[in-house]
Design a protein around this ligand. Structure first.
Ligand code: CUA
Length: 265
């Protein structure tokens, strides 16, 4: 972590764009939020249950006489107990809970703000890709105009997505990379990620959009940077999409009209 901060500070100081590998990926952020909640939740649970068990045992009715009978006034059944020590225990437990809860909210909010805004665009050489959802598939439009149905991205580089739809509401998500955003016709929503490991990930639609909704999946291929550059160089002026909107048509990609669902055009 310290090294990472060091690298970031150095790069910012000398004006180089941040390498995608230096940027905290959304997946790392969400994993950390999960871990913090899990640990804290477990710790609080253990303390509360242990304290309860201890007192249940300590003050159990063992059939004997009350050793404090002459020192304290026991409440009758249905009567509110009058606490001792001026409510100190209540004060402590309330303030400790409040501190934990408020810090947790503040910290989580700051983490989500980072997810919302992404790393500073001026400091990252981000790859911008437009994502267009349609019934039933995705088009990915690269800066050079090349369009694909599979999302190809380089490893360790910040990828910024501008997501929209050409027909109904969809929702674009890559669960493993913790990316998810609405695809709404007539407007763009943004999302970003950086993938630190090469491989193939699944992208899916997360908004019920018709009979082909569950088929609206595609691959996200994370390639080593040089391999990506090579692929990208060859894409100039070509398209490989199967969306209805493009001249390549692609009957295999379309749902048969009888089952297409939704409103007829
Ligand atoms: Cu598109 Cu569900």
């Amino acid at each position: 972590m310290k090294e990472m901060v060091g690298v970031v500070i150095t790069r910012v100081a000398i004006g180089f764009p941040l390498h995608g590998g230096d940027v905290r990926a959304p997946s790392a952020v969400f994993d950390q939020i999960f871990e913090v909640f899990l640990l804290l939740g477990t710790a609080v649970g253990v303390v509360v249950v242990a304290y309860t068990m201890y007192h249940a045992l300590k003050y159990r009715d063992d059939g004997g006489t009350d050793p404090y009978a002459d020192k304290v006034e026991r409440p009758e059944m249905g009567e509110m107990p009058t606490g001792g020590a001026g409510g100190r225990k209540v004060f402590y437990s309330f303030s400790i809970s409040a501190i934990i809860v408020v810090s947790l909210i503040a910290w989580t909010y700051s983490q989500l703000l980072y997810i919302e805004q992404g790393p500073d665009p001026a400091q990252t050489d981000a790859l911008e890709i437009d994502v267009e959802g349609y019934r039933f598939g995705w088009d990915f439009v690269y800066p050079n105009g090349h369009t694909t149905n599979t999302l190809y991205v380089p490893q360790d580089r910040v990828v910024r997505l501008q997501v929209t739809s050409t027909d109904v509401f969809h929702n674009f998500g890559i669960p493993e990379l913790r990316v998810k955003t609405d695809a709404v016709p007539g407007q763009y929503t943004s999302a970003w990620f950086t993938a630190n490991e090469t491989g193939t990930y699944a992208a899916k639609c997360y908004e019920l959009c018709g009979s082909g909704h569950s088929l609206m999946t595609t691959d996200v291929v994370v390639m080593p940077q040089d391999e990506y550059e090579e692929w990208y160089a060859e894409t100039e002026g070509t398209n490989e999409t199967k969306s209805g909107g493009n001249e390549t048509g692609g009957a295999d990609h379309q749902i048969a009209p009888a089952t297409a669902g939704g409103v007829p055009a």
